[in-house]
Write a protein that binds this ligand. Structure first.
Ligand code: NAG
Ligand code: NAG
Ligand code: NAG
Ligand code: NAG
Ligand code: NAG
Ligand code: NAG
Ligand code: NAG
Length: 520
């Protein structure tokens, strides 16, 4: 059964798909909230690190403190426990995450998050969180706060615009002129010289890191297929993934409007390990001597002493990834085989194959960047000039000192040995693709290309029909008494079906869950 660390798949890809059906909210809502005065000298609140596999922060709800997981991949707040002062709406909802699910009634209570307080915040009061990842409780967390958009929120879908708005939207509505952004910095456990303190801020930048606001703005609209598909997605540069040995390991994007070697990455703090295309994962780990792909766990197993390099490039900014975040012992600290986890894990389900994004950058990638998430005009009822949502990234990892840290922690300070030299590209191993996955790829491709396939079939049918009609007319004319063909054959054909983005996900979340733990 599942043990520790199934958290690497906490986040609700479900909600990414849920968002497909909902349109952008722009309705006003009369807020009954108050704005607490900001403390003078503090930027944000501290983020708790549960062993690099789960990150959370403290909130107060209805008079009680809760430690909640920070999840940029979902948009609902839930807590399990008792809330002293709360009002039950009697409306029950259920939220399915990539791992587990929760259900409970929507309640209203006063929420305090950072220095902000809002009345009647809608949230889910969960009676029993045992159907959620046990890693949550084992790390002392009692709930989860989704930092995604209103359009993704299941609570808001049930309760309606305004009353059901997400905690952050409600906070942003307190002062309509304040810029709608959150910034997050995640620290790294087991790193001998990590200078980072984990912090989350609302509408302010962590002091010392103000530069983030002058970084290029990565607009979400460049990544989206359409405006109803809202998640924190950004587009890499052309050749924007640089693997071991300095090789470009970008893959052709499956997102239809993204081309030229660019790829769409979802930034999701709910994933412990990043999910990347299989070819990319193979390019990172397939040339490591002694590495082996575990089909039961769905992950590359790599000698813990292997230093690797990897960077992502966004808007001309290169973000190097710490070698400790590429070959991870966060889940298998005492693996007797001396093998660690390749933390850029192959995406193995059709969930990701509908063409909305190519990869999900989780905690192991986010630790390497100070990230500013600007919600812009996706927040209803704030100033109209907030503009399109965007992300700004400030790289945090210096590759040279990171390598020295890696040598200290994993190589007894002796840096590289001959066994750390990569095999030539020609000897790269490839992880096997299961029959199920092949089928899912095919289904994904069909779903993505449905309009083209439809048009192709239509053209074929029309040409066949045309030939028949032509042949028929000719014959009739030859027989004399030709009758004009009055009906336009085009009318017989139905309107094209809705585009693929409105299709339901092909696969349920089940398979996504915890793919690299042996299944019972
Ligand atoms: C703000 O913090 C700095 C150190 O971070 C400290 O030197 C300064 O005294 C603080 N200011 C106030 C008003 O607390
Ligand atoms: C709740 O959190 C606040 C702020 O972190 C703290 O001052 C307070 O003591 C906490 N209350 C309880 C009951 O733990
Ligand atoms: C709202 O924020 C702006 C700056 O973003 C500030 O100047 C103004 O005083 C704030 N208004 C209130 C009511 O707090
Ligand atoms: C940040 O700002 C400092 C000076 O304020 C500058 O020296 C540095 O190059 C900037 N860094 C980036 C990444 O823009
Ligand atoms: C992986 O392990 C299997 C079984 O131990 C072995 O047959 C195979 O050669 C290994 N592959 C690599 C690339 O080391
Ligand atoms: C590992 O680190 C050494 C320096 O310590 C470096 O020479 C070598 O290229 C690195 N190996 C990889 C695969 O990045
Ligand atoms: C590091 O040194 C310790 C003891 O000195 C030894 O047990 C361990 O195997 C060494 N590890 C590596 C990766 O060389």
């Amino acid at each position: 059964m599942r043990s520790l660390g199934l958290v690497h798949l906490i986040p609700p890809l479900f909600s990414i798909h849920l968002a497909l059906a909902v349109s952008i909210p722009f309705r006003g809502y009369l807020s009954d909230s108050t704005h607490l005065s900001k403390r003078n000298n503090l930027t944000g609140i501290s983020v708790t690190n549960g062993g690099n596999i789960i990150y959370g922060a403290s909130i107060n709800l209805g008079g009680n403190n809760f430690s909640v997981v920070l999840d940029t991949g979902s948009a609902d707040l839930w807590v399990a426990g008792s809330v002293s002062s709360t009002q039950d709406t009697g409306k029950g909802v259920s939220v399915a995450y990539a791992v587990g699910n929760v259900q409970g009634n929507i309640n209203l209570a006063t929420l305090t998050f950072d220095d902000y307080s809002v009345n009647n915040q809608a949230y889910i009061l969960v009676q029993d969180s045992s159907s959620f990842s046990p890693t949550l409780q084992s790390n002392g967390f009692q709930g989860l706060i989704g930092l995604g958009f209103d359009a993704e929120s299941i609570v808001r879908n049930k309760l309606g615009k305004g009353a059901g708005d997400t905690p952050l939207s409600r906070i942003f509505q307190l002062n309509k002129t304040t810029q709608n952004f959150v910034s997050i910095q995640l620290n790294r456990a087991k790193d001998p010289s990590d200078p980072i303190t984990g912090q989350i801020t609302i509408s302010e930048v962590i002091s010392g890191y103000e530069n983030v606001t002058s970084q290029p703005k990565l607009y979400l609209k460049d990544a989206f297929m359409d405006s109803s598909n809202q998640h924190w997605a950004v587009v890499t540069d052309n050749n924007g993934v640089i693997g071991p040995g300095g090789d470009d390991i970008s893959i052709e994007s499956i997102v239809p409007h993204v081309s030229g070697g660019k790829m769409v990455a979802v930034l999701d703090s709910g994933f412990t390990f990043s999910q990347v295309p299989r070819k990319m994962s193979d390019a990172i780990y397939g040339r490591v001597q002694g590495a082996n792909y575990s089909t039961t766990e769905g992950i590359w197993k790599v000698p813990c002493t292997q230093n690797l390099s990897l960077s992502f490039v966004f808007g001309g900014v290169t973000v190097p990834i710490h070698p400790l975040d590429i070959v991870s012992n966060d889940l298998d600290a005492s693996d007797p085989s001396g093998l660690c986890d390749g933390a850029f894990q192959p995406i193995s389900t059709a969930f990701s194959m509908l063409g909305h994004y190519d990869m999900i950058l989780g905690m192991n990638a986010l630790r390497n960047m100070y990230t500013l998430f600007d919600y812009g005009n996706f927040v209803a009822d704030t100033s109209n000039d907030q503009g399109d949502p965007y992300v700004q990234l400030l790289p945090l990892t210096d590759p040279t000192s990171a390598l020295a840290d890696f040598a200290k922690v994993r190589q007894n300070g002796t840096s590289s040995s001959s066994s750390n030299i990569l095999l030539p590209a020609s000897q790269e191993s490839h992880s096997p693709v299961s029959a199920t996955e092949k089928k899912q790829h095919l289904e994904g491709a069909v779903a993505r290309n449905w309009p083209y396939i439809f048009v192709g079939c239509l053209a074929f049918v029309l040409s066949v029909l045309g030939c028949c009609v032509y042949a028929c007319c000719c014959r009739k004319r030859r027989k004399g008494g030709a009758r004009p063909f009055t009906r336009n054959p085009y009318q017989a054909i139905h309107e094209p079906p809705p585009p693929p983005m409105h299709m339901r996900p092909i696969n349920s979340g089940g398979q996504y869950a915890d793919p690299y733990r042996p299944r019972p």
